[in-house]
Design a protein. Structure first.
Length: 340
């Protein structure tokens, strides 16, 4: 197969900006190792000159997300619709979307590329929008018969949340990722501050029942479940620092599950991906309850991380798919889909 002209979108203006830069750097290196011609574009600023890539992409993710006010100032100067007019985007055979959170994952950039007739990786604009909205995702999962932790109505008062769900609770922005703005609430007095923190990132705050037990994730690639990854976080939950600090968390791939559990978890992941209109590749997160062993689906990640510590590359490796081959499969799938 002939090499492709691929442009990687990375960076952006969401709270996951540094994660996106790390994912993008890994994808660029992988695709170049496969012989593709690769350019990079940051929707916050524009095309990145090749001579500046090492400096621009050389930073670490860090233990904390970027400053929220700084991101909002950056967002006001972002390219918007002009993104599709950049030659590196407009003329690419495939745009590889390595943007996490914000417009890169909520379907807006995907819709813009659709209107411009540009082929891109991952799920379409509708699938991205659905997965980005955790509340809508839970409603669709529930309808599809995929167990998901009970949750409170939007704008429910703290008293109603506590009466409906009890404790402990997970409180998080309905739209967002990398556990930014997430709190586990174990005492009633912690609920209002947790809601206030989540509201800094999204007006819709999701409160759901906490599921004690094991943390597992399943990558669905081309409609098939890859081996599950079990996460042993460095903190009580798999938070931002635990995710992106090398060596802080431990992973087991494939997860130690009985054969019937492997089948059940994989089936639930594929069903969840279908219900949420995910295509090409996606990551579905679960908790396995410590008492009855039930798998509870938390959410889907339409543009999952591809950093050195990310989970999708671990699952692919366990399935015998090296990271460069994984990236190759993703861009080829986008190229074929565009031809259809």
């Amino acid at each position: 197969m002939s090499p492709l002209h691929v442009t990687v979108l990375l960076g952006g203006t969401s709270e996951e900006r540094r994660v996106s830069l790390a994912s993008g750097r890994a994808v660029v290196e992988a695709l170049r190792s496969r012989g593709h011609q690769v350019l990079t574009v940051d929707p916050a600023f524009g095309a990145i000159p090749s001579a500046d890539e090492d400096r621009y992409l050389g930073g670490a993710v860090g233990a904390t997300p970027p400053d929220l006010d700084e991101l909002r100032r950056m967002g006001r100067s972002a390219l918007g619709a002009a993104l599709a007019e950049i030659p590196a985007v407009r003329d690419a055979d495939v745009v590889f979307i390595a943007l996490h959170g914000g417009d890169g994952e909520n379907g807006r950039i995907q819709a813009l590329l659709d209107l411009a007739g540009v082929r891109y990786t991952g799920s379409g604009h509708l699938g991205c929008a659905i997965a980005s909205d955790k509340r809508l995702s839970k409603e669709l999962l529930d309808l599809a018969g995929v167990p998901t932790p009970p949750w409170a109505a939007r704008l429910a008062s703290p008293a109603v949340v506590l009466d409906t769900l009890g404790l402990p609770l997970v409180v998080k922005p309905s739209n967002g990722g990398s556990t930014v703005g997430l709190t586990i609430v174990r005492r009633a007095g912690e609920l209002e501050p947790a809601i206030g923190l989540a509201a800094r990132y999204d007006a819709d705050v999701l409160c759901e029942r906490f599921v004690p037990g094991r943390e597992l994730t399943v990558t669905v690639l081309d409609g098939a479940a890859l081996p599950a990854v079990e996460i042993f976080p460095g903190h009580e939950i798999y938070d931002y620092e635990s995710k992106y600090t090398p060596g802080m968390s431990r992973y087991e791939t494939p997860a130690a599950l009985a054969a019937d559990e492997v089948g059940r978890l994989g089936e639930l992941a594929v069903r969840a991906a279908g219900a949420l209109r995910q295509s090409s590749f996606t990551r579905i997160d679960f908790r396995r309850h410590e008492d009855d062993g039930e798998f509870w689906c938390l959410e889907a990640n339409a543009v999952p991380g591809l950093t050195a510590t990310s989970l999708v590359p671990k699952a692919a490796a366990a399935a015998g798919i090296p990271f460069p081959e994984l990236c190759e499969r993703i861009v080829r799938a986008a190229a074929v889909a565009g031809e259809g």
